[in-house]
Design a protein around this ligand. Structure first.
Ligand code: GLV
Length: 369
């Protein structure tokens, strides 16, 4: 390598940092676990770094690209979501940014499924009962019962990679599946799942016939026992199909009072005040959130209301937080490995230096014909 590339990482991404250094890169890692202040990112970019390693808590916009003019060549994001990066600004300054799709698909989908299961089967209140020595008897229905997941109907809101992976898992639990996506439908995948369902029933692997179909949002919400959200965060003006507050008082009221909501996508897709109200007033049976409008969850958040605690699970943006998924240096397995490879592809001009051919670059549209 003729040039020694300089990189600033806003967080540690494990062994992949050492691998970049072994490759000759000069990598500075922000040493603290929380996000660096934005002015530090600006200062580093101003000092002429070639690449940034960022994550979902770092705001990357025109202010950053402006000071990096002529020097900043790539932003490599360790996350699949990139709503913290202003795509229009990146495009205007012609800076490619990369993300880590695919490697966290299964981990996130299984986490959504586990949340749904632990919520419906009341594992958290049941464990509390045991730990607090309030388990006084075995009784057919006291002190409470949960709801089975097997054989129920789920609405999968968003049928991109993670939504489709969840569908695959739900089909193994003999569930009926309602699909909704405002922007992207995969009818071939849905057809394949139906064939698998039919084969399982024909061979006696599942008793009942089950089905999968695309429906409107309203039909999905009115019919489902479980609703799991897997859309990107798109604010008004960013898309013809924005997802900001897709779950609000109106849509939450469409859900059945026995239904459960799970969100592992992005916090602002769900209006938190509306969810707290829906739980307090029992419009829905329960909810589990892994992501929030503001992260970390503020101490005075209404979501912490003890009155809804037994029906409401709160997780710390944790769905992709599995060892291999987060830290493997293999770009086909780990978010860290994929981040480093995305950075290398751009800086070292892989794929004949053609950004549009680089698999992890998101904003290919900015790089003409
Ligand atoms: C996590 O939320 C991600 O986008 O990877």
């Amino acid at each position: 390598m003729s040039k020694k590339f300089r990189v600033f990482a806003t967080c540690d991404i494990g062994d992949s940092i050492e691998l970049l250094r072994k490759r000759g890169y000069e990598v500075e890692v922000y040493p603290r676990p929380e996000a660096p202040p934005k002015n530090l990112i600006i200062e580093k970019v101003k000092s002429g770094v070639d690449g940034l390693i960022t994550t979902l808590r770092d705001p990357i916009d025109a202010e950053v690209f402006e000071v990096g003019k002529g020097t900043l060549k790539v932003v490599a994001q360790i996350a699949v979501g990139f709503d913290n990066i202003n795509r229009a600004d990146a495009n205007r300054y012609k800076v490619p940014f990369t993300h880590t799709a695919d490697v966290l698909t299964e981990a996130t989908a299984e986490f959504a499924f586990f949340l749904l299961g632990s919520l419906a089967r009341k594992m958290w209140p049941a464990e509390h009962l045991t730990r607090e020595n309030r388990w006084g008897y075995w009784h057919p229905y006291l002190p409470f019962l949960g709801d089975e997941v097997t054989g129920k109907t789920i609405a999968v809101i968003g049928t991109g990679r993670i939504g489709l992976a969840l569908i695959k898992k739900c089909s193994g639990f003999d569930m009926n599946i309602l699909c909704y996506d405002p922007a992207y439908q995969n009818h071939e995948y849905v057809k394949g799942i139906q064939e698998v369902m039919d084969l399982r029933q024909a061979r006696g692997i599942q008793k009942e016939k089950t089905w999968i179909k695309y429906v409107s949002l309203e039909e999905a919400l009115r019919t489902a026992d479980f609703v799991s959200v897997h859309v990107p965060l798109l604010r008004e003006g960013e898309s013809t199909t924005p997802t900001y507050h897709l779950f609000n008082e109106k849509t939450l009221r469409m859900m059945k009072p026995t239904a459960y909501l799970v969100n592992t996508s992005r916090g602002p897709v769900v209006d938190e005040l509306a969810v707290a109200k829906a739980l307090r007033e029992k419009w829905i049976a329960g909810a589990a959130l892994d992501v929030y409008e503001k992260e970390p969850l503020p101490e005075d958040s209404p979501l912490r209301d003890p009155a809804i605690e037994d029906r409401f699970r709160l997780l710390p943006h944790f769905a992709s937080a599995a060892r291999i998924t987060r830290l493997s240096t293999d770009p086909n397995k780990g978010m860290a490995g994929r981040t480093a490879q995305g950075l290398i592809d751009v800086l070292e001009g892989n794929y004949d230096g053609d950004v549009r051919k680089m698999p992890y670059v998101v904003n290919k549209e900015a790089f003409g014909k």
